[in-house]
Structure formats: structure tokens, C-alpha cells
Ligand binder design. Structure first.
Ligand SMILES: Nc1ncnc2c1ncn2[C@@H]1O[C@H](COP(=O)(O)OP(=O)(O)OP(=O)(O)O)[C@@H](O)[C@H]1O
Ligand SMILES: [Mg+2]
Length: 241
């Protein structure tokens, strides 16, 4: 489904964020991307949806190269939930943010309502429909941002820190919802318990490179790897003193 080949990226200020990354992702898989602050997780997700222009290498999604001239098609296939919901929500009313994507894609009014209602229901936020996004709490904003992307029903979901700000109940609802959805998902996160619950594969990044790729249980017990990548064993795997 996703083919990333030898990509590299530098921010305009000269900061090199990614170096020679190659990854293949199968359709329907749940893949986590982990690593310390600044490792390059958000940059990698942003490149997958063409928010920046690659310096080196290629990305293909479902056989389609991510390039300036293919962005409309790519963004129909790939939904991106930003690390900071304030970068994503911009309408005056939650419901308008939720229907923004489906409206843009030119669906019928009936279909738009159906897509929006399904997304509100999945994230259990029907009661927030008429609120102003910028006046919501952190967790409420996060749930709205996820719903806004689900409403577009993309084949690939890119989720940047989706569990941050969520209370335990919302976090559980999010995990159960993601388990039920058949989409291909790439989740950048510091929440290693979430990785264990949801992901069959984890990609570990450090300083703009991939330094490990494999099964979460195996990699999280590799003490040397955890140390090198600045990660800590998930709470659920730490033995109680
Ligand atoms: N707009 C920007 N301009 C310049 N450098 C940037 C910009 N955004 C990020 N960087 C740099 O690129 C590198 C990768 O950042 P990125 O945001 O991808 O990390 P991350 O793994 O998502 O970190 P976090 O866990 O804190 O979200 C870092 O060195 C960061 O300082
Ligand atoms: Mg990030």
C-alpha cells in the first residue's frame, strides 16, 4: 500500500530531519512510529501526505507517487490527524469542521450527513457538534480532529500522537474504534502501551533515521535498543517493585 524509498528531507532553515528512510507498509496494517522528541516522526507523516516536498527519494501510495501534481488524489486516499489539533481545526463550529472534507470531495448532501454522523458516533462526540472548536478542551479537540479525518473515510490514516490529551475512557474508545476500522494506519506516538494494544509492527526512529523495525513485544524488550532510542519500557511491561 505504501512504498517509501530512500527519502531524505531538510527544513528550509537547513535542519536535516530525515535521512535515507525506506519502508514498505501493507494494506490494512497498523504500524507505529516511535522515537524521542525530534526523531522525525511528524516530518515523516507530513511527507506521506505531501505537506513538504521531498529532498531525496520517492513515496508511492497505492501505486501513486506523492508529488505536487498528485496531491488532490493522495489527500483523498490519505487522512492526516495533526499532532496539534489547532493546526487542523479552523471552522467556527465543530460540525463544519467535520463536514469540511466530505463537502470538498463533492459528495451529495445526504452522503455528507451520513459520513459526518458516522464519524461523530465513532468518536462519541455528537454532543460537541455545535460548539466552537477553539473553545474545547485538549481532549475534546483531539476527538474532533480524529472525527474530521474519519469523516472523509480515507484508505490510509496517519495519526500523529492521537492519544495525547485523551482521558482513559476516551483513549479506550479510540483504541477500540481503531481496532474495528479496516484502514491502513500509521501512528506516531510516545504511548507505547497504545502500540502494544493496537499495532502489529513498530518502526523505531532516532535522529532522522529508522534504527529498528519489527514486532512491538520483541523490540520493547531489547534494552540496548530502548536505551539508544531514548524510549522507556511501557508501564504494562514494567515489573512492580
Ligand atoms: N518547521 C521546522 N523547521 C525547522 N526544523 C524543524 C521544523 N519542524 C521540525 N523540525 C526539526 O526536525 C526534526 C524532526 O522533528 P519532528 O517534528 O519530525 O520530530 P518528532 O519525532 O515528531 O518529535 P516529537 O516527538 O517532539 O513530536 C527536529 O530536529 C526538529 O527540530
Ligand atoms: Mg511529532
Amino acid at each position: 500500500m505504501i512504498r517509501i524509498r530512500n527519502i531524505g528531507f531538510c527544513y528550509p532553515d537547513g535542519n536535516r530531519a530525515l535521512n535515507d528512510i525506506s519502508i514498505d507498509i501493507e494494506k490494512g496494517s497498523n504500524v507505529a512510529v516511535v522515537g524521542a522528541n525530534g526523531a522525525g516522526k511528524s516530518t515523516l507523516l507530513a511527507l506521506l501526505v505531501g505537506l513538504h516536498t521531498l529532498l531525496e527519494g520517492q513515496i508511492e501510495i497505492d501505486g501513486k507517487a506523492v508529488r505536487k501534481d498528485s496531491l488532490d488524489e493522495i489527500r483523498k486516499m490519505v487522512g492526516f490527524v495533526f499532532q496539534n489539533p489547532d493546526d487542523q481545526l479552523f471552522m467556527a463550529r465543530v460540525y463544519d469542521d467535520i463536514v469540511f472534507g466530505p463537502r470538498n470531495f463533492g459528495y451529495s448532501a445526504e452522503k455528507i450527513t451520513e459520513m459526518a454522523d458516522t464519524a461523530l458516533e465513532i468518536m462519541k462526540i455528537g454532543h460537541l457538534k455545535d460548539r466552537a472548536p477553539h473553545k474545547l478542551s485538549g481532549g475534546e479537540k483531539r476527538n474532533v480532529a480524529i472525527a474530521a479525518v474519519l469523516a472523509m473515510n480515507p484508505e490510509v490514516l496517519l495519526l500523529d500522537e492521537p492519544s495525547s490529551y485523551l482521558d482513559p475512557k476516551s483513549r479506550r474508545n479510540f483504541i477500540l474504534a481503531m481496532e474495528r476500522l479496516p484502514h491502513t494506519k500509521i501512528i506516531a506516538t510516545h504511548d507505547l502501551d497504545l502500540v502494544l494494544d493496537l499495532c502489529d509492527r513498530v518502526i523505531v526512529m532516532s535522529q532522522g533515521k529508522v534504527i529498528a523495525d519489527g514486532e512491538p513485544f520483541k523490540l520493547f524488550f531489547d534494552e540496548d535498543l530502548m536505551e539508544r532510542s531514548g524510549l522507556e519500557l511501557p508501564l504494562s511491561l514494567q515489573t512492580r517493585k
